[in-house]
Ligand binder design. Structure first.
Ligand SMILES: [Zn+2]
Ligand SMILES: [Zn+2]
Length: 215
């Protein structure tokens, strides 16, 4: 079974997700936003072993807890990121733009532009490249459990901002159309900020997407 533990962490209330295959206890953290010790503690309490960190993208508010997590969890989990976001990772997630200076943690060693699938225990996830918010943004999707971790691509009733360096509104809309709206309506969308939603709900009522249909 896939277990999902959600945290809301850091200065801009980013969602972090501890995910585990309960049959083996193998776990991964999607976007360790902040407070790596808190995520590690929750995993230890459940006897989960965190093996990997999957970053939807390299903004500082999605990886700010990675360094601490890698200090607390031994052996340190390996980090997965799309190569398109490596420059942003090297710029500490753009944190200096926001008046922070974060330590980004272990250098990503799993390049998601080469991997089309990642897995936690026996549970496989498709890696869907969805640029627009950042050039190397990805979505992690498991058809088996009908869940997509979509970072800052789409939110309940909104979409990711495209005014930061490397952002593109055109690209983002195209990514949403090809990588999100192509999923079944009952797919749960677990975003990087705010409450969860579904593909069907957003197809129907997301003002940024319903407007598109009128054009
Ligand atoms: Zn972001
Ligand atoms: Zn964010």
């Amino acid at each position: 079974m896939l277990d999902i533990v959600q945290f809301v962490l850091g200065p801009v209330e980013t969602n972090s997700y501890l995910i585990a295959d309960t049959s083996s206890g193998e776990a991964a953290v999607i976007d360790p936003a902040w407070d790596g010790d808190e995520i590690a503690g929750a995993a230890a309490q459940r006897k989960y072993a965190i093996r990997q960190v999957w970053l939807t993208h390299a903004h500082f508010d999605h990886l700010g807890g990675t360094a601490e997590l890698a200090r607390v969890v031994q052996p340190a989990p390996v980090v997965a990121l799309h190569a398109g976001d490596l420059p942003l990772w090297e710029a500490r997630g753009g944190s200096e733009l926001f008046g922070f200076k974060i330590e980004p943690g272990p250098k990503p060693s799993i390049m998601l532009d080469k991997e089309t699938r990642v897995s936690v225990g026996m549970i496989g996830f498709e890696v869907r490249h969805a640029p627009g918010h950042t050039p190397g943004h990805v979505v992690f999707y498991t058809p088996e459990y009908k869940v997509a971790f979509c970072g800052d691509v789409i939110f309940a009733g909104s979409i990711g901002r495209t005014d930061l360096p490397g952002g593109s509104y055109r690209q983002l809309i195209q990514s949403i159309q090809t990588q999100i709206l192509s999923l079944p309506d009952d797919t749960r969308l677990l975003s990087g900020h705010g409450p969860q939603t579904t593909v069907g709900e957003e197809r129907l009522s997301n003002p940024f997407l319903t407007d598109l249909d009128l054009q």
